[in-house]
Design a protein around this ligand. Structure first.
Ligand SMILES: NC(=O)c1ccc[n+]([C@@H]2O[C@H](COP(=O)([O-])OP(=O)(O)OC[C@H]3O[C@@H](n4cnc5c(N)ncnc54)[C@H](O)[C@@H]3O)[C@@H](O)[C@H]2O)c1
Length: 285
């Protein structure tokens, strides 16, 4: 199989976002491991944008900042603690970002937590928590960032959804799936509602990505980590999982003027997974 592009063999993006400011909510990394959020922070900085990394964990936001600065030493990047489930917290973060970096041109909503369990396993409060983390969170960040974008007549919103919001993927996580489906539709509404005012809104739906979160949140669906990796590779029509840099490359493109006429799409980054009619069993090729 042809190797998937990596940051080292992908055409350069330098300067594509110079003069732009990106706010990534949930962009932290606990130990500098390349999460989807950190890969995007790196890619935005490499494209010349100022970057604000917001995370529930102050340490994780700070680690992403440090990691970006190691790769792009002249980057302008700030780290903030913030909770996307709290309107007051997000309001404070947006105020701090605008005060420090001047504005927000790109809102990147990365927070997502795979809440496992269905009606028999979850309490109502746990279901509601899943919806709040994966869907209401984007409503809250948009609520506070949209006025900034409308004032300047320009903005790009990128919501990280999931193929789990598009089809059944084999995991018992209906709250996550329903919230991600809602996030895709929320994105469509924003795109149509605010397109004439210079705002674009698009969703990205990652498929099976080999990011650190799967080892924390998805492994319980399998007998072992090895089985999870083998199964996720097997279910990807390309023969292997994607990587966080695949999400980052598409995010930079959607945020840039090259995507100026792309509005309201939901882009699966899944090696073709959602196009498969059924989940193949281990005997299938
Ligand atoms: N890896 C995959 O296979 C895959 C597949 C589909 C979708 N996704 C999506 O990708 C995104 C996650 O990517 P990642 O690799 O960066 O995950 P991650 O879990 O490493 O990062 C998410 C970050 O969000 C932060 N966070 C959690 N709750 C928060 C809150 N209330 N407020 C602020 N920050 C909070 C966490 O501290 C963490 O740093 C999610 O939206 C997920 O649904 C991933």
């Amino acid at each position: 199989m042809t190797p998937l592009p990596t940051p080292s063999n992908r055409p350069g993006t330098a300067g594509k976002l110079s003069g732009r400011t990106v706010a990534i909510f949930g962009g932290g990394s606990t130990d500098g491991a390349i999460t989807n959020g950190l890969a995007c922070a790196l890619a935005y900085a490499q494209a010349g944008a100022q970057v604000a990394v917001v995370d529930l964990s102050e340490d994780a936001a700070g680690t992403s900042r440090t990691t970006v600065l190691k790769t792009v030493p002249d980057a302008s990047v700030i780290a903030l603690q913030g909770d996307v489930t709290s309107s007051g917290s997000v309001d404070r973060c947006v105020g701090d970002i605008v005060e420090t970096l001047g504005t927000i041109d790109v809102l990147h909503n990365n927070v997502g937590v795979a809440t496992m369990g269905g009606p028999l396993e979850l309490e109502v409060e746990e279901w509601e928590r899943g919806i709040r983390l994966n869907l209401t969170s984007a409503f809250i960040t948009v609520k506070h960032v949209l006025p900034v974008m409308l004032k300047q007549g320009r903005g790009s919103i990128i919501n990280i959804a999931s193929v789990g919001g598009m089809r059944y993927v084999g995991y018992n996580y209906p709250a996550y799936a329903a919230a991600k489906a809602g996030l895709i539709q929320f994105t469509s509404h924003l795109a149509v509602q605010y397109g004439r005012q210079g705002i674009r809104a698009n969703a990205i739906s990652p498929g099976f990505i080999a990011s650190p979160m799967i080892f924390q949140q998805i492994t319980s669906n399998y007998h072992s980590v090895e089985e999870m990796v083998a199964e996720r590779n097997r279910l990807s029509p390309t023969g292997s999982m994607g990587e966080p840099h695949d999400i980052a490359g598409a995010s930079v493109f959607l945020a840039s003027d090259e995507a100026r006429y792309i509005n309201g799409v939901n882009l699966p980054i899944d090696g073709g997974f959602v196009e498969q009619a059924t989940l193949p069993t281990s005997g299938d090729q």
